[in-house]
Design a protein around this ligand. Structure first.
Ligand code: PEP
Length: 249
């Protein structure tokens, strides 16, 4: 049985004051979230503060990216070993904003994935098609290509060490959500593709949905058989909304 994971991607939002309020808000309602694990991925500079704020609460901690190299002359990057020192368990890898705004290729994303796994971080591995790709009918080809970049370099077994986040690019931050049927269809395709290679990996891997998931649409999305949680952007910045998503699992 796969656990449900609700992970918040704060992106480049917040301040020392607001993260205090946000974390205290999340912690105060956490006992009502009984069927999901919760995690937050703050901007890197706030990771130490958020770790302190988490204390012994059952909230996972993640970064929004990780370098594909162990250490050295890589200005602006964060080493997996550094993130581990601050008790990060997760690292978002291949978010569409990284791919589209900062030119991260499938190959670079796969290398970041490898470094995360090698260092004991769980990649929150983001994949998904643009609107143009969906309208041209190539959604499955796109997600397949993005997953193959990892499978072809690290084997299908590596997928069991990550959490996949299917995030249709046209639904991220736009208020447009994939319908439960649209999302389930892609999740089932992904699981089917993996099952053809390794049934155990396919059964085990959590596949989250991301793209304008909120307190109002979460229950229906999360009730789909192949949707194992959510990667939440905007709604993760409001404790009551983030908790409501967790409670709807
Ligand atoms: C995201 O960026 O991962 C995301 C899902 O954002 P939003 O929920 O705001 O669409």
């Amino acid at each position: 049985m796969r656990r449900t994971l609700i992970a918040g991607n704060w992106k480049m939002n917040g301040s020392l004051a607001s993260i205090n309020e946000l974390m205290n808000g999340i912690k105060s309602g956490l006992s009502d979230v009984t069927n999901a694990d919760m995690a937050v991925c703050p901007p890197a500079v706030y990771i130490p503060a958020v770790r302190e704020l988490i204390g012994d609460a059952h909230i996972g901690l993640g970064s929004q990216n990780v370098c594909d190299q162990a250490s050295g002359a890589f200005t602006g990057e964060l080493a997996a070993s550094m993130l581990k020192e601050f008790d990060c368990q997760y690292a978002i890898i291949g978010h569409s904003e990284r791919r589209s705004l900062y030119g991260e290729s499938d190959e670079l994303v796969a290398r970041r994935f490898a470094m995360a796994v090698e260092s004991g971080l769980i990649p929150l591995f983001c994949i998904g098609e643009t609107l143009e790709e969906r309208e041209s009918g190539v959604t499955e080809d796109v997600v397949s290509r993005q997953i193959d970049a990892v499978i072809n370099t690290q084997g299908v077994e590596a997928i069991a060490k990550c959490v996949i986040a299917y995030e249709p690019v046209w639904a991220i931050g736009t208020g447009k959500t994939a319908s439960p049927e649209q999302a389930q269809a892609v999740h089932a395709y992904i699981r089917g593709k993996l099952a053809a290679l390794n049934a155990e990996v396919a059964e085990k891997v959590q596949i989250l949905y991301g793209g304008s998931m909120n307190a109002g649409n979460a229950a229906e999305l999360l009730s789909q058989p192949d949707i194992d949680g959510g990667l939440i952007g905007g709604a993760s910045l409001k404790p009551e909304d983030f908790l409501a998503i967790g409670k709807s699992a």
